[in-house]
Design a protein around this ligand. Structure first.
Ligand SMILES: Cc1ncc(COP(=O)(O)O)c(C=O)c1O
Length: 487
């Protein structure tokens, strides 16, 4: 139990210490948090709108928050320049081409990636980057697509491309309650001989469901056995350093709005040049070719990143990517990481110590129960005084009323959700068989009957503070001694 949550009384649930006392105790427990205090100042100067409405924002894994200066600097840049569609020789176009290439170079620099080793293809988002890999990866009969249960749907979706080309698809399990990879089984699959065909291993550096961080050491292990590696870094990079000078995954999809909030609509596939060269795109488009002919019925793909950027880029947004990355650098990614780490540790401890009067826990966490090898994303469900789960939609409704922004459901990570919530393949299949082509979410919930079909997710980020996590714990403590119907 954290020292700043009072011991449980016999009949009534433990009252929380007042915020100021709890924060003092927290700071004594985490002296390293002191180094992150400039982030409190940053919250006031750059994210002031957050506190104007008494808002508790706990949805960073879905989308980060932007600083006022990012929007201002971007607007000023647009107002002070004449930017045209890039890739022509007119001055407005040249000015934009120069900017786009500068952003591309800066993305590599930010991730410590050598331009000799890596390329940056701009996409609409991480899903767009994943689709580029899926549709162009040289799967064939005998190939293997190996992925962890814990993956975003846009990584799961690649299995359809793999199957369409007769490749084998295997899911490597993650183990509840901590939601870590089953290492021996994964190692056994990676050890299987590759037979000279293309084999792809895909996993998230950090789970967007449980926050578990899966070891980056798997990249080298898989490479040593001839696999290509797709490292989904979308949920990892907002609060962790990914050093692509040290780790060399072949494909890295990201969405920039998850790192710094603005702009939306831009992501990237950061890919090793050698891996990119092995992809075969299923079509060509404006911008992706050097020459295409109608009468001659031929086309010649452009080299490198250009071959993967269909049509016109969201070119006016791209300078805001550099502004955003420079903002994070200036604030200090290590500082952000440290703060999120400390707050996550306290939040987990406080949540897990909340009890009904009879000693039953109120909270069940799906994922690592402490701050080790995990990020600031926590999936959980609340349980009532009879030990029955409280529907996550009710929790979300109550949180909305308290101006707490959190998220519920499975967060586009069905494998993580099914493992965490104990939904078996048989149960799922029987629901799917009953309902031919269409299955509405509510029908699915009724079919799954007595189990929760989703979880509550809270996630921390750049300007999270102690008051945010304290207010969430206070919110959850209000469920003490309630039955599900009273919630
Ligand atoms: C781990 C992970 N991968 C991929 C995605 C997809 O990102 P986007 O919706 O921006 O394409 C997300 C989004 O939440 C994510 O968390």
């Amino acid at each position: 139990m954290p020292r700043n949550v009072k011991a449980s009384a016999e009949k009534s649930p433990a009252p929380l210490m007042p915020l100021a006392d709890a924060e003092s105790a927290f700071r004594r427990q985490h002296p390293e948090y002191g180094t992150t205090l400039p982030l409190d100042e940053l919250r006031v100067t750059e994210y002031g709108r957050l506190d104007e409405g008494g808002h508790v924002f706990l949805d960073y894994t879905a989308g980060g928050l932007y600083a006022d200066s990012q929007v201002r600097d971007h607007a000023e840049l647009l107002r002070g320049n004449v930017f045209g569609n890039p890739h022509s020789t007119n001055p407005a176009s040249l000015a934009m081409t120069e900017r786009v290439e500068r952003v591309r170079a800066f993305v590599l620099e930010y991730f410590g990636a050598s331009p000799d080793e890596y390329e940056v293809c701009f996409t609409q988002n991480a899903s767009g980057a994943l689709r580029l890999v899926g549709e162009a990866y040289p799967f064939s009969a005998g190939s293997h697509y190996l992925l962890t249960f814990d993956n975003h749907n846009s990584v799961n979706g690649i299995r359809e491309f793999a199957r369409a080309r007769q490749a084998r698809v295997t899911y490597a399990p993650v183990l509840p309650p901590e939601m870590r990879i089953d290492e021996s089984r994964l190692a056994a699959w990676l050890d299987e001989p590759g037979d000279g065909v293309a084999n792809l291993f895909a996993y998230p550096a950090q789970s967007n469901f449980s926050g578990a961080q899966h070891s980056l050491e798997w990249i080298e292990r898989a490479h040593d056995r001839g696999w290509d590696v797709l490292l989904d870094a979308a949920a990892f990079v907002p609060t962790n350093r990914l050093d692509l000078g040290r780790w060399l995954p072949d494909f890295v999809p990201i969405s920039f709005y998850k790192i710094f909030g603005y702009p939306t609509g831009v992501g990237a596939l950061i890919a090793r040049r050698s891996a990119l060269a092995r992809l075969h795109r299923p079509w060509f488009a404006g911008g992706t070719i050097t020459v295409a002919s109608v009468r001659g019925d031929r086309f010649f793909m452009a080299e490198g990143a250009q071959a993967f950027e269909d049509g016109t880029l969201d070119y006016l947004s791209l300078p805001a990517v550099e502004i955003g990355l420079r903002h994070i650098e200036q604030v200090g990614l290590d500082l952000i990481h440290q703060r999120v780490h400390c707050l996550t540790g306290w939040l987990l401890e406080a949540l897990l110590s909340l009890r009904h009067s009879d000693g039953r826990p109120i909270v069940r966490v799906y994922g690592p129960p402490d701050a080790n090898d995990r990020g600031g994303t926590i999936a959980l469900n609340l349980y009532d005084t009879n030990g029955h789960f409280i529907d996550h939609r009710i929790v979300e409704q109550r949180a909305n009323e308290a101006r707490i922004s959190l998220r519920t459901g499975c967060f586009c990570n069905p494998g993580g959700g099914e493992v965490a919530l104990g939904l078996s393949a048989d149960e799922l299949t029987s629901c799917f068989i009953r309902s031919r082509d269409h299955l509405a979410l509510d029908e699915f919930r009724r079919c799954i009957d007595d189990k929760s079909t989703g979880a509550v997710r809270v996630s921390l980020g750049i300007v999270s503070n102690f008051a945010d996590v304290y207010r969430f714990v206070a919110f959850v403590s209000n469920f003490a001694n309630r039955t599900a119907s009273e919630a």
